[in-house]
Design a binder for this molecule. Structure first.
Ligand code: SF4
Ligand code: SF4
Length: 475
């Protein structure tokens, strides 16, 4: 055989990684703790309210009751997910798959439009980290006080402040873990059993595991999770383009940076831009970067630096927006195209997937049927001269209640039904119903007939399922 050699070339790949520049801040080192300075402003208010709503929903949802059961209960041991009136079984995996696809495309769409705002405003990692920083601030004081406290020698006061902080972090982590596990096992009994030491071994292990995860993530790991572990940070740039709104420093307006007096109105003649190099944008940044160094993958688009800088600008009497959500096109004086092919593409796919999901939910029948033919013999002749076929109807009730089902068969001939024509099946139960059909073999010329079994909810004709099989006449 003629073997062809393919030339292999070494292609040098140059990957430019933009490292945070600490030359101006002097406080960031990957191994150092970041002391986040509190900041007030529009974006931080939005972030706080969104976080509050998210946290409220997370804490309250498992306590809701619906029709006598926990409204949201993802029961893994029973392999059924209750979500209000809907119960999903392993066979309904496609519905969950649709949900994941919707979440993925919603994330792509939002990222292409407004960068990593999901990370900055709603990602649980950020929401919990900001709550933990809030505890830190209330107990240990402002950023400067916290730095001083950490540099001070150990004292009784330092010990109590540190102990109180870790106690609050652990207590909040425990609450988070109990609520989280409460999505998978009845939440009320879980709380009672956990604190009365009656919870099962696996419930205790799960709660302790998630307590440690929350404490470690929001208390210690913090931005390391966003910058080094979360894969989203790495592939987000694939969704960015020159019309994506990201937090950006206006270099043309800000440089040359440098301090000056508030009264100094001639700073531009001295070659200075609007950045007074106060460093506040760096001190408020939860990932410890300096946005003045350009777009960096560590930036979670939280807007804290915008609020800090706008505050400085207003104190200096300069217009706001030196740091803002803007696009590369806008910075270069070109118009921003909001409705562009990439965004429209994500939107169309998102709408299509949502429609498919809604249709799957709407057309879902809380019922399943499998027809199993008697494997021993295809047909048998009775003493009365009739031909009999035997089937087992395996019927699953996927609703949340016991349901009475009517069974019937349809075909070109009229069959004699031998077996129950009505069955009552409990919620989540699968029942095997043996059925025989008998036919006078001389009533048809054919050797086999197509027939259709129907199972239908007795008090709701809309819930029904039909399946075809074959009746063998023989001869
Ligand atoms: S650079 Fe600004 S927007 Fe980005 S993470 Fe830091 S504070 Fe948030
Ligand atoms: S907050 Fe604004 S003025 Fe202060 S250093 Fe940052 S960009 Fe410059």
């Amino acid at each position: 055989m003629d073997q062809q050699k393919i030339d292999i070339k070494n292609i040098p790949v140059h990957v430019e990684v933009h490292k945070p520049d600490s030359s101006h801040s002097g406080h960031y080192n990957p191994r150092d703790r970041i002391y986040v300075r509190a900041v007030k402003g529009l974006h931080q208010a939005i972030r706080r309210y969104m976080g509050f709503v998210f946290m409220g929903l997370f804490m309250l949802l498992p306590w809701l009751q619906y029709d006598g059961h926990q409204a949201i209960l993802l029961d893994i041991t029973e392999q059924k997910f209750n979500i209000f009136a809907l119960t999903l079984w392993p066979q309904d995996f496609t519905i969950l798959a649709w949900l994941f696809i919707i979440a993925a495309y919603a994330l792509f769409f939002v990222t292409a439009f407004y960068g990593r705002v999901w990370c900055g405003y709603l990602c649980p990692q950020s929401v919990w980290t900001f709550i933990f920083i809030w505890f830190e601030e209330k107990i240990q004081g402002t950023r400067n006080q916290r730095i001083k406290l950490d540099n001070d020698a150990w004292s009784v006061s330092k010990f109590f402040k540190k102990a109180a902080t870790h106690f609050c972090w652990l207590a909040f982590s425990l609450l988070t873990a109990l609520i989280f596990v409460g999505y998978f096992t009845p939440v009320g009994p879980l709380f009672i059993q956990f604190f009365t030491f009656e919870a099962s071994f696996w419930a205790v292990v799960s709660v302790l595991f998630f307590t440690l995860c929350t404490y470690g993530n929001a208390g210690w790991m913090r931005e390391i999770m966003c910058t080094h572990i979360c894969p989203y940070a790495r592939f987000q740039s694939a969704m960015f383009d020159k019309d994506t709104f990201t937090v950006t420093y206006d270099e043309k307006r800000g440089e040359n940076r440098g301090p000056r007096s508030r009264k100094d109105k001639d700073y531009k003649e001295k070659g200075l831009g609007d950045c007074i190099d106060c460093n506040l944008c760096v001190q408020v940044c939860p990932t410890g970067i300096d946005i003045r160094n350009g777009l960096q993958y560590e930036c979670i688009n939280c807007g804290a630096c915008i609020d800090a800088c706008d505050d400085t600008m207003s104190k200096m009497g300069y217009p706001p927006g030196l740091i803002s959500y803007t696009t590369e096109h806008s910075l270069n004086g070109k118009p921003t195209r909001v409705l562009r092919p990439k965004l429209l593409g994500y939107m169309l796919v998102l709408v299509a997937v949502c429609v498919a999901f809604a249709w799957t939910l709407y057309s879902r029948v809380p019922l399943e049927m499998n027809i199993i033919r008697d494997r021993g013999e295809l047909y048998r002749e009775t003493n009365e001269g009739l031909v009999e076929n035997t089937y087992t109807l395996s019927i699953s009730n996927k609703s949340q209640h016991t349901v009475q089902f009517d069974l019937s068969v349809a075909g070109s001939e009229s069959f004699t039904w031998i077996g129950p024509q009505q069955v009552s099946i409990s919620a989540g139960e699968t029942r095997s119903v043996p059925i025989s059909l008998a036919l006078d073999p001389y009533s048809t010329e054919q050797r086999s007939l197509d027939i259709r079994f129907t199972v239908q909810q007795a008090d709701n004709p809309d819930v029904k399922l039909a399946q075809s099989t074959t009746f063998f006449v023989g001869r």
